[in-house]
Write a protein that binds this ligand. Structure first.
Ligand SMILES: [Zn+2]
Length: 357
């Protein structure tokens, strides 16, 4: 960049060549090398010219405004490129971090949940189950028919003899506006009044209860809890700032009725449930007809109130009905006619919820 230089002491004007870099300008004046840091340079605009001074000195340079802008802009470009590179690196870094979190949640946690569940001390799982049960009993109170509850409770005790599990299987009928059954951590098995109304034979009810008990035995319940806790920990770190808000969100949104098992876990519980019944001499012929009937109702488009709920947590009904039928063995009914009448009446004493009628 050409410039006219005044030394500030004489009236002499020197034509000089000025080098502009990102941090300084340099030129020779009167045989002496000059280096002015950009931070010391004062720029004064004079229309189509620009006057440059070094702070505290009398010497000055005058350059064409156009040349100055070009020199400065030419130098600014690499700075901007560096900024853009840094931004790109940041975006890529964030993308990799997000991918790592997703990988952890959807691959790492599910992979670890099985071993974690097996390592969970039974006492810890039981106390977790107590917490869930207390929470659930507000929404789904126990049915009032005590005789029916006693029959179910005794059946849970008998199932334990056919199981390889440290847990007490405690079966309870609850009021809930859906056809469903679910196992809690630690061994509670809840069956809804609507499910009791839906089953047609003792074999069908025994099959549903044994299936849920098998989820407990195989630690599927605890595995599902670990999965949702893992997700909660991540949510906590990402959105909750470690306040526990993510944990709360997962516990509230995914209460036990929402715990989902994998297809493999469902198939395993089907097989184990039938094995448990067979080892105790009970018929294992109930699951097939029950699934088949629910699936039929679904296909006819007239499912009973809440049946969809059971099918949503127990997918592939028809395929599972066929597999269950192949493995089924005849045996004693799990409930006598008298016990069956008590079970069927267990939830009749309370007025049905408006939404289920
Ligand atoms: Zn299941």
């Amino acid at each position: 960049m050409r410039a006219r230089a005044h030394d500030g002491e004489t009236a002499a004007v020197h034509e000089v060549e000025v080098e502009v870099s990102s941090w300084a300008i340099s030129f020779r004046l009167g045989g002496e090398a000059q280096l002015w840091r950009m931070s010391e340079v004062e720029v004064e605009s004079l229309g189509d010219q620009v006057r440059l001074r070094r702070r505290g000195q009398a010497a000055r340079l005058t350059v064409a405004a156009e040349d100055w802008r070009a020199a400065v802009a030419g130098d600014a470009a690499p700075v901007e490129r560096r900024h853009r590179r840094r931004e790109r690196r940041l975006v890529i870094g964030l993308f990799i971090a997000a991918a790592a979190i997703l990988l952890f949640v959807f691959v790492g946690v599910p992979l670890a949940s099985g071993p974690l569940a097996r390592m969970t001390p039974p006492a810890l799982e039981e106390s977790l189950g107590d917490t869930y049960a207390a929470q659930l009993s507000i929404a789904f109170p126990p049915c009032a028919g005590q005789e029916g509850q006693d029959v179910l409770h005794a059946f849970g005790d008998r199932l334990e003899d056919g199981m390889d599990s440290p847990f007490n299987i405690m079966v309870e009928a609850v009021e809930a506006p859906m056809v469903n059954a679910f196992a809690l951590p630690g061994g509670r098995v809840l069956i809804t009044g609507d499910l009791i109304a839906e089953v047609e034979t003792p074999d069908e009810l025994a099959a549903v209860i044994a299936h849920e008990a098998a989820h407990v035995e195989q630690r599927h319940v605890m595995q599902a809890v670990w999965r949702s806790l893992g997700l909660g920990l991540i949510l906590d770190a990402v959105v909750g700032g470690g306040t526990g808000a993510g944990q709360q969100a997962v516990l509230l949104a995914g209460s036990v009725t929402e715990l989902r098992y994998s297809r493999d876990a469902e198939a395993e519980a089907d097989v184990r449930g039938q094995e448990i019944l067979q080892s105790l001499g009970y018929s294992s012929e109930g699951m097939g007809p029950f699934f088949r009937r629910l699936a039929g109702e679904e296909q006819r488009g007239e499912p009973a109130a809440g049946v969809m709920e059971f099918l949503s947590t127990h997918p592939d009904s028809l395929r599972r009905a066929e597999a269950s039928n192949l493995r089924a063995r005849p045996g004693a009914p799990a409930f006598s006619p008298d016990d069956w009448r008590k079970i069927k009446a267990a939830c009749d004493d309370q007025p049905r919820r408006p939404s289920s009628d």
